[in-house]
Structures are given as structure tokens and as C-alpha cells.
Ligand binder design. Structure first.
Ligand code: NAP
Length: 487
């Protein structure tokens, strides 16, 4: 209840994995006045926007599931994008979140005034809330390179996250720019069907071998009958991914990173026959410096007779295709830009105005930061899920969001029981966190000498640079001394 006796009102921005989770957990905690604004026409966030061939999640599905909604029907160890999207649709139905979502509604402004948040959508709708939970995701503003001659290309060109399904690729000449997780999945899926596949690689990737067996009907039956079997898989995966991997990313000297690199190296040596191609595919930086790519199909796909790896720099696009610096013209019908995302955007271009009209752009003028990846001074009762400086890497962002929600609900409870209006992290706590974060970032594997979306403009890793265990500890109980209260 708020200071004036009303139930607290919550606005959640985004109906992806984290936004649905927020709505579910708020309701479980007894908060019923919750509205979710979603700019798309469906739920799922990244799993709604990305529809490229081969889309899947490289985190095992029994781990990439809500802890309270394990799914006995996952078809494989690593499920496909459409299957994951269906899972979130099913969750939204089962937890009765659909009636609370306003689809096709993009929040353009959040203004803190008179102790509450005043919101406006692109369509002009207005709303007021005590708390805003921005679950807007990290990787959703496509980064489109400014190649010269882009408009001259007569074929179809689109970003991997904006796949144009009206454009056929079967028996066509298809180019893919990039070697991130998206490109590797696309190449692996398309190589069989296209006439020619040209992969434009700027930087080689370490590829971790992996297997993706389907679950048998007997296993499904066992999961349905005995959810403990899914829980066992989940715990075992968590041990490998979070405790075994996430915890060591922050220690560039870890011997486990050496082992990881050795596994990738052997994968390359054993899978790629042609020594020239093998050397082109060999990275010159340390494994896990960029987000590690998992694939059991990529090396096979790039060695197909109809596939070609181009390592010459792209000079420009022309009517017929891509011209590289060596003068070669690579004629194409379709060009896929798997060139990643503008990761410094977060909630922007939404205008967020905090205490005294302070603009979030001003708070983030040196790059986005958030205390414990959750909240920013001068923006009371405003929380980001999977926000800046959060844990990212080869593990489940669902686990991250669930831990954050646990923390956030404790703050909400403070507001409710102390009948204060707002909680706002102090500048002192933010500065302390940022100082420690920057210091620790230098020891991470991400700072070991490669280009990646983990780095800010100055080259410093922005992700959570401490162990995942520390994240768990921080999220277990808010330190209220770090927050200022208003009544
Ligand atoms: P990304 O990892 O940022 O990769 C972008 C690729 O485009 C890089 O290879 C980059 O080269 C290349 N590139 C960018 N601009 C270029 C230019 N001007 N000329 C040539 N090449 C250029 O993007 P992403 O593959 O979309 O993946 C982003 C993140 O999304 C992943 O790291 C992951 O967190 C998530 N994701 C996850 C999954 C999953 O299975 N869980 C699947 C897809 C994506 P450089 O390396 O040289 O910069």
C-alpha cells in the first residue's frame, strides 16, 4: 500500500523473459495493480524479434526456463527459438498475464514528478505508477554497419534480428556478415539449402563443440511424471554453466579458461581438413574473450562445397554484391547483416527524467551504469532487469532476472511496510560500486585483448566483473543503507 492508502501501482516495460517474470512475481507477492507495456504485438522479446533460420538458445533449455515453471516438453537439450517463444506464450497464458499487457504500446517517456512516475506511450496514452520496472532487454537495437553503397545493392539486405521472410534463400547466393552467435547459427542452418553461401569474417571465433540430442518420448514421460528429473538436469547444468564457467570469466588466469581454449582448439584441428581454411578460422585472441560460440554444425557447414569464407575486408556494396579490399566482387542475391546490436542503448530511446528533471542520458553520459545492475541515483523506484553491468555470458539470463526480482521485491516490501514513497540508491553507493566494478573489470577474460560487445567505448568490460556467487550474495538481501527514503 502507498503512503496515501492506495495499492502500489507497477508499470513493467517489456513483455520478454524478464518482463513476464516481473509481472508474475509481483502478482505472487500480492501486488495486483500491474500493467505491462510491450512495443511488439506479442510476448517473448528477443524470441519474438529474432526469427532467423537456425535460431536457438545455446543455454540448455532445462536451465533456460523459469525455476517455477520447468517444462517437460522441451524437444532437445538446446531448443529452437520458436519453441522458446511458445514457452513464453504458454507461461503468459498460464499465469494470466495477457490481460495485463498493452501490446503495440511503446513507452516513450517516464517522468518522475510529485513522487510518482508519469509515463507516456508513442500513441499518446498516459499512465502513472509508483514503480517502473524496465525489462527492455540488452540486445535489441540492431547495429547496422554504414557500408558504402548500401543503397546500390540490388538484392535484399537485412539485419539478422529483422529477418525478411518474404525473401527466399533456397537456391540463392546468400552472404552473411559477422561471426557472432547469430551468424554461426544462420550459416549452420542455411548452408544445406542455398546455392552459394559466403561468410564475411572480420574476426575468427573460438567454437566450443556441443551436442544437441533430442529428448526421447520415454524421457518426456519421465519429466512429466517426475519433475525432480528436470530439476536434476537443471542443477547439473547450473553447476557447469554458472559455477563452472560464469565464476571463472572474471579471472583471466583461471586454468579452466586454458582448458576451454584447448577444447575449442582441438575442435578446430579435428574438424577442419584444409590447412588454409583452418588457419583463417583460428582466432588470435583467448577463448571466452568474446562470448564463446557453441556449435556442432558450423565447421561442417563452412566446409561444404557451396560455402566460402571471405576474410578480406568489405570495401563497399555494389549493385551485384559485395566488393572486398582485394578487388574481388562477391555476387549475391541476399545479404544478411549478422552484425550485432547497439548494447549501450538499454531503455533508450525512451526519455527517462528523474528527480529534478535529471535526464538518464545525463546520468549515462560516460556510458550506462547501474548500481548492482539494477538502479541509478536520482531515479527513485526505477529498476532495470538485466540492466547495465549485469552478469552476461554463456549462462542463463533467466537466473539473473530471478535473482534481481527477489532483491527488488524486498525493496518493494520496504516501501509497503514502512509506508514510504520511494527508495533511491545513493550517489555514494553508486560511486563505490562503479569504482570496484571498474577495478575488477581489468582482471576479466573480456579485457584480455579482443573486440566485443562486452566493452564500453574506452575498451573496459561493462558486464558484472565479479563472481556469479557474489551476484547471488548481493541479490540475497538489499543493503538498505545504500538507499535514501522519501515519505
Ligand atoms: P555479435 O556477437 O556482436 O557479432 C557481430 C558480428 O558482426 C561480429 O563477428 C563482428 O565482427 C561483425 N561485424 C560487425 N560490424 C561489422 C562490420 N562493419 N564489418 C564486418 N563485420 C562486422 O552479434 P550477434 O551474433 O548477433 O550476437 C550478439 C549476442 O546475442 C551474443 O553474444 C549472445 O549474447 C546473443 N545471442 C545468443 C544466442 C544464443 O544462442 N544464446 C544466439 C544469438 C545471439 P568483430 O567480431 O570483428 O567485431
Amino acid at each position: 500500500m502507498s503512503t496515501d492508502g492506495r495499492d502500489l501501482r507497477f508499470v513493467v516495460i517489456g513483455a520478454g523473459m524478464a518482463g513476464l517474470l516481473a509481472a508474475i512475481e509481483l502478482r505472487k507477492a500480492g501486488h495486483d495493480d500491474v500493467t505491462v507495456y510491450e512495443k511488439n504485438s506479442g510476448v517473448g522479446g528477443t524470441w519474438f524479434e529474432n526469427t532467423y533460420p537456425g535460431l536457438s538458445c545455446d543455454v540448455p533449455s532445462h536451465f533456460y526456463s523459469y525455476s517455477f515453471a520447468l517444462n517437460p516438453e522441451w524437444s532437445r537439450r538446446y531448443s529452437s527459438g520458436p519453441e522458446i517463444r511458445s514457452y513464453f506464450e504458454d507461461i503468459a497464458r498460464r499465469y494470466e498475464i495477457y490481460p495485463r499487457i498493452r501490446f503495440d504500446s511503446e513507452i516513450t517517456e517516464c517522468r518522475f514528478e510529485d513522487g510518482r512516475w508519469h509515463l507516456r506511450t508513442k500513441e499518446g496514452t498516459r499512465d502513472v505508477a509508483d514503480f517502473v520496472i524496465a525489462a527492455t532487454g540488452v540486445l535489441h537495437h540492431p547495429a547496422i554497419p554504414a557500408f558504402e553503397g548500401m543503397a546500390d545493392f540490388a538484392g535484399a539486405a537485412f539485419h539478422s534480428a529483422r529477418w525478411d521472410h518474404d525473401v527466399p534463400t533456397r537456391d540463392r547466393r546468400v552472404g552473411v556478415v559477422g561471426t557472432g552467435s547469430s551468424a554461426i547459427q544462420i550459416v549452420s542452418a542455411l548452408a544445406d539449402d542455398v546455392d552459394e553461401l559466403v561468410l564475411f569474417q572480420r574476426t575468427a571465433q573460438w567454437i566450443m563443440p556441443t551436442e544437441n540430442p533430442p529428448y526421447s518420448e520415454a524421457e518426456h514421460e519421465e519429466f512429466r511424471r517426475n519433475p525432480g528429473a528436470m530439476q536434476t538436469i537443471r542443477e547439473e547444468t547450473a553447476r557447469r554453466f554458472t559455477d563452472g564457467f560464469a565464476n571463472i570469466l572474471v579471472d583471466a588466469e583461471s586454468p579452466i579458461l586454458e582448458m576451454t581454449q584447448e577444447m575449442c582448439r582441438q575442435h578446430l584441428e579435428q574438424s577442419v581438413r584444409d590447412p588454409v581454411l583452418r588457419e583463417k578460422l583460428r582466432p588470435t585472441y583467448r577463448a571466452a574473450c568474446k562470448r564463446l560460440v557453441l556449435s556442432d554444425r558450423f565447421y561442417e557447414a563452412i566446409q561444404r562445397p557451396n560455402a566460402r569464407l571471405v576474410t578480406e575486408e568489405i570495401e563497399r556494396l555494389e549493385e551485384k554484391g559485395v566488393r572486398t579490399r582485394d578487388g574481388a566482387l562477391h555476387e549475391l542475391d541476399v545479404l544478411v547483416l549478422a552484425t550485432g546490436f547497439r548494447v549501450d542503448r538499454f531503455v533508450r530511446p525512451m526519455e527517462v527524467l528523474g528527480v529534478g528533471g535529471r535526464h538518464l542520458d545525463d546520468a549515462w553520459k560516460d556510458g550506462p551504469t547501474a548500481y548492482l545492475a539494477l538502479t541509478v541515483p536520482d531515479f527513485p523506484n526505477f529498476f532495470l532487469l538485466n540492466g547495465p553491468n549485469g552478469p552476461v555470458g554463456n549462462f542463463s539470463l533467466i537466473e539473473v532476472a530471478e535473482l534481481q526480482l527477489g532483491y527488488l521485491l524486498q525493496l518493494v516490501e520496504e516501501v509497503r511496510t514502512r509506508r514510504c514513497r520511494t527508495l533511491c540508491v545513493s550517489h555514494r553507493a553508486m560511486e563505490r560500486f562503479d569504482r570496484e566494478r571498474r577495478e575488477a573489470a581489468r582482471n576479466t577474460i573480456w579485457a584480455s585483448g579482443c573486440r566485443s560487445w562486452y566493452l564500453d567505448a574506452s575498451g573496459l568490460p561493462t558486464a558484472w566483473p565479479f563472481t556469479f556467487d557474489r551476484f547471488r550474495e548481493e541479490m540475497a538481501r538489499p543493503k538498505l543503507v545504500d538507499y535514501a527514503t522519501t515519505f
